[in-house]
Design a protein around this ligand. Sequence first.
Ligand SMILES: O=c1ccn([C@@H]2O[C@H](COP(=O)(O)OP(=O)(O)O[C@H]3O[C@H](CS(=O)(=O)O)[C@@H](O)[C@H](O)[C@H]3O)[C@@H](O)[C@H]2O)c(=O)[nH]1
Length: 482
Amino acid sequence: MAQLLSTSCSLKIPSCRKPFFQPLNQGPIAFPTSFTVEISKSPVHRVVLPGKGPRRSCTVYATSTPIRQEVPTQSHSGLHQSSNDPAKPKRVMVIGGDGYCGWATALHLSNKGYEVAIVDSLIRRLFDHQLGLDSLTPITSIHNRLRVWKSLTGKTIELYIGDICDFEFLAETFKSFEPDSVVHFGEQRSAPYSMIDRSRAVFTQNNNVIGTLNVLFAIKEFREQCHLVKLGTMGEYGTPNIDIEEGYITITHNGRTDTLPYPKQASSFYHLSKVHDSHNIAFTCKAWGIRATDLNQGVVYGVRTDETAMHEELCNRLDYDAVFGTALNRFCVQAAVGHPLTVYGKGGQTRGYLDIRDTVQCVELAIANPAKAGEFRVFNQFTEQFSVNQLAALVTKAGEKLGLDVETISVPNPRVEAEEHYYNAKHTKLIELGLKPHLLSDSLLDSLLNFAIQFKDRVDSKQIMPSVSWKKIGAKPKTVAA
Ligand SMILES: O=c1ccn([C@@H]2O[C@H](COP(=O)(O)OP(=O)(O)O[C@H]3O[C@H](CS(=O)(=O)O)[C@@H](O)[C@H](O)[C@H]3O)[C@@H](O)[C@H]2O)c(=O)[nH]1
């Protein structure tokens, strides 16, 4: 038991907000709206409840104290809204809000007037340390990022550092923040990472599938009207020889017709983890009435958004290495440092792509137009299709305009995937909701290339060639990179 200091303070909690303390080893206690807390040095504190009678004190454990340490005030609670009061700002929890898409999204939503909390374990930064990788762009700590955001805009983003696979932690964040929407980016998102070795494959599926299951249980237990906006992937569909629909396909078989989930053919343990997530979410929508949107996102490119461009300490990460870097971002960095563009195999691999400015727009549209209770909505989130060869040609042309001599090589494909195939995926639902796409233009390529040139001294060329093989993965722990 922690040693209690003499310090104590009286708290008044607005009646519509529950205190963020959890009684330790005790059953639920109906907390009054004012009580005294004896503060200890550890996260374990003693709460003294007013009045007489049994259980007038209990020990509490502050597992998920928001970074903003002050006690919630009346005005903060005034911003709190229930899902049926559209006039008030909505409360959005961004899980994975320190990552590439999550950081840009958290700032965008905060800028648009949403009350935002970031939940993140910071494990993405640990992967870099473990594999000897680094973002092309220097990024500052999450704490600095949020301080700078507050000083520039006056807006507070709450921060909960922890692992959503730890349900007690996640439960506390839900009880404390009371989200109206949860945007879930908090997954291990690299296909090559999941194919390094057995332990990375197991980690990816455990982290992603259990994390999402916990989010579903947290919504059911604590916030049943909360809308789950889950980042899925276009890679769930694979590359079938027919058009890809948005989530569902109507099939007539032996004279009977039904609309069924579109077949899934993922091609890495990472992409498979998203398939498993989709099944769990679909089931809980049916069984418990959860409202959910699965955003099957394509490959994201770009680095700047309106918000991350506001200050150098808000700068987003940009990965160019063979584990976390995605195709177009990698090609721009390769062109900037004079490395040949690394087309894997024949280069006919075609995928849906989108600008990171459209990622943040799509998430905002999904939140503003929530799924109905019990509905499992699927949106294909990309704006244009390109083959890898087409991307290489575009970067070559844009590089030449900037005086760069850009070469392309065919690298033996480290993945198991079709290198020439049919690809035609629908992506109309987000456009119908109002998405105004930023299509890949010469000016975007120029600015991405210039960005890469600006930071080219930070590039470690040893991280460019792929070193993870889909066929050679084994049980033996492997250290990739230099
Ligand atoms: O240097 C490279 C890098 C990639 N590729 C090829 O480009 C295609 C896309 O690869 P990628 O590394 O850009 O993207 P991927 O591994 O599919 O994963 C990324 O894009 C996915 C969307 S999608 O591809 O499944 O639609 C997201 O889910 C993931 O989180 C994100 O890391 C693949 O055919 C790959 O073989 C190359 O030819 N050369």
